[in-house]
Ligand binder design. Structure first.
Ligand code: FMN
Length: 186
């Protein structure tokens, strides 16, 4: 395989596309599209999101130490674009993106009702890295659309319809059941 050696960049693909909702001390809600994100721990369940220090959401989450990660489907592609380009400093992104709110169970930040999976998180660690700070959030409650759950309580891979980020564009990830044999691991 012929390869070119290049200066280092964080080239890890595809990246999940998430809509992170937050609420400031005055009760104003915001949404930021996040792709620098991943699963970090099983027990307790933890995830990471990397927020650039200049984002309005960075200030809100740093102060409230809470957020909700909402998983959009391809239907919310335009909303993900709006929440990933406009700033909550001057835009109500729930209105601009046409997304509906629902109350969370534990945190003050709202769920995005239109997204089939919502993960309520409390910030447990913040790691300053450079341009971005890494927020490690513990998932303290989750909400999953009924139709995506199997009878045994597991997630039905066949029902997955997610957005991902490639190098420079959105990708639609549609699972095909039994397409690839899966190993068992913990
Ligand atoms: C697909 C996509 C992924 C993004 N991922 C991140 C990210 O992981 N971290 C980040 O700080 N900004 C990310 N951004 C940029 C922010 O979403 C964008 O700057 C947003 O307008 C910030 O909103 P806020 O100022 O209301 O917080 C992403 C944008 C897009 C379109």
């Amino acid at each position: 395989m012929l390869k070119k050696t290049l200066p280092p960049r964080p080239w890890l693909f595809p990246r999940p596309v998430l809509l992170l909702s937050s609420r400031d001390a005055a009760g104003r809600d915001n949404i930021i599209t996040v792709s620098w994100a991943g699963v970090a721990c099983t027990t307790p369940p933890m995830l990471t999101v990397a927020l650039r220090k200049t984002r309005h959401s960075h200030g809100i989450v740093s102060a409230s130490r809470e957020f909700v990660v909402n998983l959009p489907t391809a239907k919310q592609r335009e909303a993900a674009e709006t929440c990933g380009t406009a700033s909550g400093r001057d835009t109500d992104k729930f209105v601009a993106a046409g997304l509906r709110k629902a109350p969370a169970a534990v945190v003050a930040a709202p769920l995005i009702a239109d997204c089939p999976i919502n993960l309520e998180c409390k910030v447990r660690h913040v790691l300053p890295l450079g341009s971005h700070d890494l927020f490690v959030g513990e998932i303290v409650k989750m909400h999953v659309r009924h139709a995506m759950l199997r009878e045994d309580g597991g997630l039905d891979d066949g029902a997955l319809d997610c957005l991902a980020w490639g190098a420079e564009e959105f990708l639609r990830v549609l699972a095909r059941r039994n397409h690839l044999r899966a190993p068992r691991f913990q």
